[in-house]
Design a protein around this ligand. Structure first.
Ligand code: MEV
Length: 342
C-alpha cells in the first residue's frame, strides 16, 4: 500500500466524476451487541456520512483526507489495513456478482470523503462499503440489487466486526430510523395510530471519547463471556431486547424521559458485558450532571462515541464534555430517510 501526499480534502477536485454515491453513518440508540445474537436494536441514520466519487484511474481507492491510495484491483497481502481489506471484500463480491465492474476496475479510481468521524462507532466503515459499491456499479451502468449490495457490505463489515449483525450497513443502505433484527432487517417504527412511518428523528449529543472504538475486540469478548456463562449472557441479551422495545414505544409516544431511562439501563448492561471503558463512563457521568435524561455508548464500544439525550440541555452537555477535553456535536438521528438512498 502506498501513501503519496495529496493536497485536497475534496473527493476528486478537478477530475471528471463518472459516478458518485453517498451513504449515511448511523447511531445505535439501544441494543448493540445483543443484536449480533438475534435481538432487536434501535438505530437511525446520521445526517452526514461517506461520499464516494469514481473517476478514470488505475484501480485505486483514495482517501484524500488521510493521504491514502490503496490498490482496489489486485490482491496485496502485505501491509493490509482493515480499510483496504474491507474494500477488497466489496470488490470481490462485485467482481463475482457484477462482471462489468470487475472488468472496469483497472481503469477506475474511487475517492472517499468521510463526513462523520471514523473509527468512532458511527458506522463509517459500513457507509464506505455501501457508497463504494453503489458508485462503482453506477460508473459502469450495472444494476446493483439489494441482495448484492447487502452481500458486499456485510463482507466489509465482517472485516471490522468479526461477527457482524448487519445493522450498520442496513442503516447505511436504507437510511431513516427503526428497529433492526437479523431476521427482519430495518423496519420503521409505527406511529401512535399504528401506521408505519419514519419518525422525525431524535435529537442527540454525540461525544467522542478520543479513543478508537474496538468493535472486533469487544464483539469477541462478548462471545467469550457467552461461551463461559451462556444462561447469564442470554438473560442479559433478553433484558436488552426488552429495553429496546421500551425505547421504541417511548419514541412512538414521544416519552423522552422513558427513552432516556432505557438508555441508562442499557449502558449498565453494556458495562456488565465489558464493552464500556473509563472514558465512556466518565462522559456518561458528566452528561448526567449536565442534565441529560440518558447517556450511553453507541456501536462496538471500548472507545468511540457516547450519545446523550438531553432535550434543552444539549449545550450544557457539550460544555461539560468540552471542559473535560471531549469533542462533540449535536445531530438529529434518523431524519435522513430519503437522502440516504442517494
Ligand atoms: C456495531 O456498530 C454494533 C455491534 O452490535 C456489532 C454488529 O451489530 O455488527 C457491536
Amino acid at each position: 500500500m502506498t501513501m503519496p501526499a495529496h493536497s485536497t480534502d475534496g473527493a476528486c477536485a478537478k477530475e471528471t466524476v463518472l459516478a458518485r454515491a453517498f451513504a449515511p453513518g448511523k447511531a445505535i440508540l439501544l441494543g448493540e451487541h445483543a443484536v449480533v445474537y438475534g435481538r432487536p436494536a434501535l438505530a437511525g441514520a446520521l445526517g452526514d456520512g461517506v461520499t464516494v466519487e469514481v473517476v478514470a484511474g488505475r484501480g485505486a481507492l483514495r482517501v484524500p483526507a488521510w493521504n491514502v491510495v490503496a490498490p482496489l484491483d489486485e490482491n496485496d497481502d502485505d501491509d493490509r489495513s482493515d480499510l483496504v481489506t474491507a474494500c477488497a471484500a466489496v470488490r470481490d463480491v462485485l467482481t463475482r456478482r457484477l462482471p462489468d465492474v470487475g472488468m472496469a476496475l483497472r481503469r477506475l479510481d474511487a475517492a472517499a470523503r468521510f463526513g462523520v468521524p471514523t473509527g468512532a462507532g458511527l458506522g463509517s466503515s459500513a457507509a464506505l462499503a455501501v457508497a463504494l459499491a453503489r458508485a462503482l456499479a453506477r460508473a459502469v451502468d450495472a444494476r446493483l440489487g439489494d441482495e448484492v449490495l447487502d452481500e458486499a457490505a456485510l463482507a466489509a463489515e465482517t472485516v471490522f466486526h468479526g461477527r457482524a449483525s448487519g445493522i450498520d450497513h442496513a442503516v447505511a443502505a436504507r437510511g431513516g430510523f427503526g428497529l433492526y433484527t437479523r431476521a427482519t432487517g430495518l423496519r420503521p417504527l409505527p406511529t401512535k395510530d399504528g401506521a408505519a412511518r419514519v419518525t422525525e428523528g431524535v435529537r442527540l449529543v454525540v461525544g467522542h471519547t478520543g479513543r478508537q472504538r474496538d468493535t472486533r475486540g469487544r464483539v469477541a469478548r462478548v462471545a467469550e463471556l457467552r461461551a463461559a456463562h451462556p444462561e447469564k449472557i442470554e438473560r442479559s441479551f433478553d433484558s436488552i431486547a426488552a429495553l429496546v422495545e421500551r425505547g421504541a414505544a417511548a419514541i412512538t409516544t414521544g416519552d423522552l424521559a422513558a427513552l432516556g431511562a432505557a438508555m441508562e439501563e442499557n449502558q449498565r448492561q453494556l458495562e456488565a458485558l465489558e464493552v464500556s471503558c473509563a472514558e465512556i463512563e466518565r462522559m456518561c457521568g458528566l452528561a448526567h450532571e449536565a442534565g441529560a435524561l440518558g447517556a450511553k455508548l453507541t456501536g462496538g464500544g471500548g472507545g468511540g462515541c457516547v450519545l446523550a439525550l438531553a432535550p434543552g440541555r444539549e449545550e450544557a452537555v457539550r460544555v461539560a464534555w468540552g471542559t473535560a477535553g471531549f469533542t462533540s456535536f449535536v445531530t438529529l438521528v434518523g431524519a435522513a430517510m430519503d437522502e440516504a438512498a442517494a
